[in-house]
Design a protein around this ligand. Structure first.
Ligand code: FPP
Ligand code: MG
Length: 330
């Protein structure tokens, strides 16, 4: 099964109409998916192994990517393997790694198609925990698609959100220790640039997060990034997820986004206000007898200096990301 599908099936008039209606509304630019229920699907349908459930899960992923592309959804982030999943049986892990190997090799064959569609593939998580050969494959895939810039597929592999946040804190601490930033420069906007999901262009959280299988929890997936996402819990197992379920979650998203986006805008405003207050407090400490004009100038200088420090820090983060990929290729 290919990563890039181009369905030539003829759509029914009902589907054409439903798509037309959905396209009248807001379409999320980034969706995240917890693809849950592969093993239950395998058991329910008497398949010979859970690996078959995971393979069918990949087919559903490829279909979903095609539907996303059709609706102009440019970033998709999927939960493919949690750090908790290392506790699964040897047999299941071996099967999962074989699927990853097979799919990565398929991806290399599809380099041209990915370039044509401008799809960048990123593998996110603590990649040092992965088997060595998989580390090589995923780093090769990331390097191969690095310059594609029309759409991004983030595959979270060896990932949990709490580990991601802890790693982000370590990066901030390292930045302070190396004298690149000051501890007072760290706020949520800086921390989120250190998350695995951020890239050289910045931080881009999902507007819609979907979980299949009927489980109503996040299982340590994108805990930070989903603060202002519409959450859609769908009561089907991942291999059963069809285009009609996809239409359903888009319509659910459209009914909720107005409220959620207002909260997001309010939050951004609050952050700006808090920041202004904090800067004023920092600057005032060394400027007790300053008049307003002097104080305003000091605030302006402080902001400029901070921006320089932050730009250096973001460049340092980018170099670290590139070095991680290079080191895994060896
Ligand atoms: C969750 O269902 C699914 C997984 C842990 C694996 C998902 C992996 C794929 C679909 C393959 C992806 C591969 C690439 C290269 C992107 P589950 O195993 O938790 O099933 P259950 O909830 O029924 O137990
Ligand atoms: Mg599960």
């Amino acid at each position: 099964m290919s990563w890039i599908r181009q369905s030539d099936e003829k759509k029914s008039s009902t589907r054409i109409l439903v798509e037309k209606i959905i396209k009248e509304g807001k379409i999320p630019s980034h969706i995240a998916i917890i693809m849950d229920g592969n093993r239950r699907f395998a058991r329910k349908n008497g398949l010979s192994s859970v690996q078959m459930g995971h393979s069918l899960g990949f087919e559903t992923l490829a279909n979903t990517l095609e539907w996303c592309s059709h609706f102009g959804i440019t970033t998709v982030t999927v939960y493919a393997f949690s750090i908790e999943n290392y506790k699964r049986s040897e047999e299941e892990l071996a099967g999962l790694w074989n699927i990853v190997r097979e799919k990565m090799n398929r991806l290399f064959q599809e380099e041209g198609k990915l370039r044509e569609k401008g799809v960048r593939v990123r593998i996110l998580g603590n990649l040092s925990l992965l088997p060595k050969d998989i580390q090589k494959l995923v780093s090769r895939a990331m390097k191969m698609t690095l310059n594609n810039n029309q759409a991004t597929l983030n595959v979270c592999l060896s990932y949990t959100s709490r580990e991601e946040i802890a790693q982000a804190m370590k990066k901030c601490a390292q930045g302070v220790q190396d004298g690149i930033i000051l501890s007072s420069d760290i706020d949520e906007r800086v921390l989120e640039r250190c998350l695995y999901t951020a890239d050289e262009h910045g931080y881009n959280p999902p507007q819609l997060l979907i979980r299949t299988s009927g489980e109503v929890r996040l299982s340590d997936f994108l805990l930070w990034q989903s603060s202002f996402s519409v959450l859609s819990f769908v009561r089907v197992l991942w291999p059963e997820f069809s285009v009609w379920h996809f239409y359903g979650v888009l319509l659910h998203f459209q009914s909720c986004w107005g409220e959620v986006s207002k909260l997001l805008e309010e939050h951004k405003k609050n952050i700006e206000e808090l920041d202004e207050r904090e800067i004023l407090e920092i600057v005032s400490r060394d400027c007790i007898k300053c008049c307003d004009t002097e104080l305003n100038q000091k605030v302006k200088d402080y902001k400029e200096d901070r921006q320089i420090r932050l730009n250096n820090f973001f460049q340092w983060l980018n170099r670290r990301r590139e070095e991680t990929i290079e080191s895994m290729l060896l």
